[in-house]
Design a protein around this ligand. Structure first.
Ligand SMILES: C[S@@+](CC[C@H](N)C(=O)[O-])C[C@H]1O[C@@H](n2cnc3c(N)ncnc32)[C@H](O)[C@@H]1O
Length: 325
């Protein structure tokens, strides 16, 4: 049994779609903006098992009662999700022709995405919604929940906190944990704080650091002898030097600690820079930085046999639980 988003069970402990009125509101909102999306979502929902409904209804409750509290906010959120889907699709079409990502340096992403409040806002709200409706994103979050540290932990680090779903879940799951969240985008930090509020998590338990993970001092790590748990979801593909990111993560991980990381191969986006060509390339990088893969998930975004993923430039979503080798 996996905990629900935020660690709380939504009203009525939903067992099936008929128990999910908040989820239905989100789907209707998206459909009004783009009926085709509704068809895709329906296809996904038809294949869901029992644990999905609690998660999706819980997250929908959060969205409906925080980000989407007025008609204007509903329209904005629907646009955010649809726009993010369209952006991914058009980048995908371009990538299949060129074999290359649009930008080659993360400085471009900082200027055109992370520092652009409007772009970053729709991107983060859209990404949050995608954990409910994109099959592979849901699998990433499910993997995260299933691989949370056993017992209690007193501290953790999240790199690239983004929309805040993962840290909100940490605070709800571990009553005594304190977290450090670092992100290069101020909009991400603001959005994460809003998500936390909705999960009724105490923001004082988190310290937010606005800065580049590679160059910003994280004094708490030095003082406490490293972190027993580090979360780094969907960040490596955004940076120039993924190896330097993993090397730093290795240095900040306490002895016996674990890392949840996710990234993707052949996954073009407005702000993706580091191009992994296959899941194996990701595994090799983890090994080169001194990590052992305890468990992993790798899933293709298209229904194509695994031996053809690399040749056909198929997007592969990947996540792993790591420990010191
Ligand atoms: C796609 S979001 C990931 C959000 C969330 N962690 C998840 O797994 O869905 C990537 C986040 O990484 C942040 N980021 C990118 N480069 C960074 C860097 N060099 N240092 C810190 N944060 C960075 C971005 O601002 C953004 O909030």
């Amino acid at each position: 049994m996996i905990p629900t988003a935020g660690g709380t069970t939504p009203e009525g402990n939903p067992q099936g779609r008929e128990d999910c009125p908040e989820l239905a509101r989100i789907i209707e909102m998206i459909a009004q903006e783009n009926p085709l999306q509704k068809k895709r979502i329906e296809g996904f929902l038809n294949t869901r098992g029992p644990e999905y409904w609690s998660f999706a209804e819980g997250l929908s409750q959060v969205l409906n009662h925080s980000f989407i509290t007025s008609d204007a906010a509903r329209a904005e959120a629907a646009r955010a999700y649809n726009k993010m889907c369209m952006d991914f699709l058009s980048e995908q079409i371009r990538f299949k022709k060129t074999g290359k990502y649009r930008i080659e340096n993360s400085a471009e992403a900082v200027t055109h995405v992370y520092n652009d409040l409007d772009v970053m806002r729709y991107y983060m709200v859209g990404l949050l919604v995608s954990y409910m409706f994109w099959p592979n994103h849901y699998e990433l979050f499910r993997f995260f929940l299933n691989n949370l540290p056993d017992g209690s932990i007193d501290r953790y680090l999240e790199v690239g906190v983004g929309h805040g779903l993962f840290s909100s879940t940490m605070l709800s799951t571990y009553p005594d944990v304190a977290g450090i969240c670092i992100d290069i985008s101020e909009t991400s930090i603001k959005t994460a704080k809003e998500t936390l509020k909705t999960f009724q998590a105490d923001p004082d338990r988190l310290t937010f650091i606005h800065g580049d993970y590679l160059t910003t001092e994280i004094a708490a790590a030095r003082d406490a002898g490293g972190f027993p748990f580090i979360i780094m979801g969907e960040v490596l593909e955004h940076v120039n030097d993924a190896k330097a990111f993993m090397d730093r993560t290795k240095d900040l991980l306490a002895p016996g600690g674990t890392v949840y990381m996710s990234t993707c191969a052949n996954c073009p986006a407005l702000d993706h820079v580091y191009h992994f060509h296959s899941a194996q390339e990701i595994r090799d990088l983890m090994a080169a930085s001194g990590f052992r893969i305890v468990d992993e998930f790798a899933g293709a975004a298209e229904n194509i046999p695994e031996e053809d993923w690399e040749k056909e430039l198929v997007t592969v979503n990947y996540c792993a639980l790591l420990e010191h080798a």
